[in-house]
Design a protein around this ligand. Sequence first.
Ligand code: SF4
Length: 348
Amino acid sequence: MERRKTRVVKVGNKYIGGDYPILIQSMSTYLPSEYDECLKEIKALEDEGCELVRVAVKTIEDARMIKKIKENVSIPIVADIHFDYLLGIEAIEAGVDGIRFNPGNIGADENLKKLVDSAITHNTPVRIGVNSGSLNPKFKNTDMPIVDKAVESLKYYVSLCEEYGLTNIILSIKMSSTLETIEAYEKVSQIYDYPLHLGVTEAGMGDNAITKSAIALGNLLLSGIGDTIRVSITGNPLREVTAAKDILRALNLHNSADLISCPTCGRTEIDLEHYASLVNERIKHIKKNIKVAVMGCIVNGPGEAREADLGVAFVSGQGVLFKKGKTVFRGTIDEAIDELSKELKEYE
Ligand code: SF4
């Protein structure tokens, strides 16, 4: 797939846009002022594969604590600002790597200008984010379709920020419906070459949220649209990162190991879910594009396992390990999984 050409924006030690890999982001469920919990969660997110974390900034203390958080993590931290432009300025002065705001709730234009001026002075990138739930009043009460209201709101805010001299911009236009999200981003991508942060807003819980994001983000990414993504899920943000990696991997946009495992059926004679989970955990940190198979029986097992870079199949009461199509080990299933684990070291 050919990626839409976008400008490159540097956020901390990462680059977004151009030919840079699609960046995975998530958001902490703690405020920076809840320092210990917030830091612990950001480190866990980083360990899971998250490449940028956004934190909500509700008070001046939150903004100031960003400095301390940044001293202890290496991934970029972006401050999420609503209502009070002074919080944004404080976060910028504390050294935050980027800020995200919806100009619609920052108040008077002169306040927006002060915030933009500060971002320009400190070379801090800004994500201008419009959501379907926070449209500009000028367009909100018109009879335009919701997507057009959001696009017009975004255009209005971008032109204001550009007028104030801002160029270091990333855009997002998140809708809560899958189809509207696709339509909105397609429209925005035809207007601007700023990098786009993709997401479905208020996507819901668990599998439902992941399905919506996979469809919306998958479609857009397949059309070459999108430079960074967040899979919004109510609950533990670590799940967002796993889901984002899965979506990118399914589109060959992520260097990591892919697990192939059968769905199990009446022929399955072992606890395949248990073994597949063990292997899944084992391959989580591999940053190479390899396929690892865990298969339940002789029907599809050896075939799939042979196609994979490494694979284990349960055949005639034994665990058989295949490496690039060749049988390299036979033993108990536990022994075969141990052998697989040793072979995986080659890819670390
Ligand atoms: S590989 Fe075997 S055990 Fe697994 S789903 Fe297919 S037939 Fe069933």
